[in-house]
Design a protein around this ligand. Structure first.
Ligand code: ATP
Ligand code: MG
Length: 253
């Protein structure tokens, strides 16, 4: 069995001015594994996501993809490396259609004359977008509808669909079930399980601990910019997980 992590962060430190958001953090995820990343508000989860996705450069530490050291100068670099991210503050363009959002930055160009002029193949894109979203079990009213006219949950679904459709190694979902109703949340958890089946490495950030306990293989707990716990999901109970997040486990000892 190949146990080399597909993506690994070693000794990552990231400061915002005087705030140490990440303090010597080690983190890793393997192919076909879902890792839950949890912690109180301000623990450093989104900052770690931004380092992993190439949005922020760490002040110290290194990233290894398939065991090779990588350095991202932009989120685009990480995308090309096979790492897809759904940011907490979702990055969809509200004035564009669903399909344009799905293909943002990688628009299909119509072949031949029109392609040379750089026109987008809208029809093809709409159809392909519908198929991609269908494949991951995400239903939106119409892929040619502008994202501004979707509900918050539908918009979220498009962002998740985009990430799953394009990822070929790692998918990072920062609070993907936020603003979602029970049924839509269940669908997102299904999509996560499918991504694992496809052999992707999945990082799932959430404050909804029952979701984390349901869908993950391993849970990493962050507290004040550090890793407080990193263990198989089966070793946590709802109670012990809360204690680990709040730091009450330290007092009990
Ligand atoms: N752009 C920024 N500038 C300055 N400080 C920041 C910035 N982003 C985050 N921080 C600080 O870094 C720390 C970690 O924040 P981060 O957003 O990573 O937390 P989080 O675990 O994602 O929290 P939440 O659960 O609320 O999303 C916090 O103290 C936060 O105030
Ligand atoms: Mg966050």
């Amino acid at each position: 069995m190949n146990t080399q992590p597909v993506y690994q962060a070693r000794g990552i430190t990231k400061k915002y001015g005087n705030v140490v958001a990440l303090d010597n953090v080690d983190f890793q995820v393997s192919a076909g594994e879902v890792v839950g990343l949890v912690g109180d508000n301000g623990a450093g989860k989104s900052t770690l996501v931004k380092v992993l996705s190439g949005a922020h450069k760490p002040d110290a530490g290194e990233l290894l993809l398939d065991g090779e050291r990588v350095e991202w100068d932009s989120p685009h670099d990480a995308l090309e490396g096979g790492i897809e991210t759904l940011y907490q503050d979702s990055s969809l363009a509200p004035d564009l259609t669903v399909s344009a959002n799905l293909y943002l930055g990688r628009e299909l160009l119509a072949p031949g004359f029109w392609g040379k002029l750089g026109f987008l193949a809208n029809k093809r894109m709409d159809e392909a977008a519908r198929l991609e979203l269908e494949k991951v079990g995400i239903a939106v009213p119409s892929s040619s509808r502008s994202v501004a006219k979707l509900s918050g949950g539908q918009r979220q679904a498009v962002g998740i669909g985009r990430a799953v459709a394009w990822a070929n190694k790692v998918i990072i979902l920062d609070e993907p079930t936020n603003h979602l109703g029970a049924r839509q949340s269940a669908e997102v958890l299904e999509v996560i399980k499918q991504a694992r089946e496809k052999g992707l490495a999945v990082i799932f950030i959430s404050h909804t601990l029952p979701h984390v306990l349901e869908v993950t293989d391993r849970i990493v707990v962050m507290r004040l910019g550090r890793i407080a716990a990193d263990a198989p999901t089966s070793t946590f109970t709802p109670d012990s997980l809360v204690k680990s997040i709040t730091g009450l486990d330290q007092l009990a000892g």
